[in-house]
Design a protein around this ligand. Sequence first.
Ligand code: CTP
Ligand code: CA
Length: 225
Amino acid sequence: LARGAKEPDLAGRHVVVSAGGTREPLDPVRFLGNRSSGKQGYALARTAAARGARVTLIAANAALPDPAGVDVVPVGTALELREAVLRASADADAVVMAAAVADFRPAAYATGKIKKKDDQEPEPIALVRNPDILAEISAHRARPGQVVVGFAAETDDVLANGRAKLKRKGCDFLVVNEVGERKTFGAEDNEAVVLGADGGETPIPHGPKEGLADTVWDLVAERLG
Ligand code: CTP
Ligand code: CA
C-alpha cells in the first residue's frame, strides 16, 4: 500500500453515494437550484473506490470529472435522483446522501419559455414538496444492516438541529457542518461532526474533503463489521 493509503476494508462492498445539487425546472431555460458543488460527494466516491468498494455515484449536475473506476449515474431533478438512488440501493451495503436535494419543485412546468408582460407584475411561483429520499431509504432498508448516512448543512444551533434531524430522518449517521457565506459550498476543505444514531459524536477537524470522506467510511466499515 502507498504511504497514507487505506486498507481495502470496503472490498466486496457496494456503496451508493449521491452528490451535487438537484435542479428543478420551471421552463425549458430556467430552474430552481442550489450551490452544492458536488466536491464532497465525489471525494466520498473516490475514497470508497480507493478502499476497494464497488461505487455507484448518483451525480446531480456536478461539473466534475468522473472518478476512475466509479459507476456514475447522472441525474437532474430530485425525482430522478430518488429513482436512481432507490434502484442502485437495492443491493447496496451503504448509502451516503451527500447531494443537496431541493425540498420543493415548481408545481407546474411551462413547456414554453415564460415571458414577461409589459404592464404586469410577475406571477408567484407555486411550489410542491419533493419526497424525502433519505427518510425513505432509512425507513425501508433494501437489505438488513444496510448503513445509511445523511449530510446536513446548518447555520444556527448546529448540533441541536443535527440531533433532531438525525432522529427525524432515521439514518445511522448524520454528517453535520456549519455553513456561512464563505464556508463549505464550493470550498476545497470541510469541517464537520458526525452524529451517530447510537449517540456517538465524531468531530472531524478542518481539512480536505477526502479526510472527511475517509472518516465517514471508517464509521461505515466499523458498522458493517
Ligand atoms: N434529503 C433527501 N431528500 C430531500 C431533502 C433532503 O434525501 N427531499 C437528504 C439530503 O441529501 C441530506 C439530508 O437529507 O443527506 C439532510 O438534508 P437537509 O436539507 O439538511 O434536510 P431537510 O429535512 O430538508 O431539512 P431543512 O428543512 O433544514 O432543509
Ligand atoms: Ca432541505
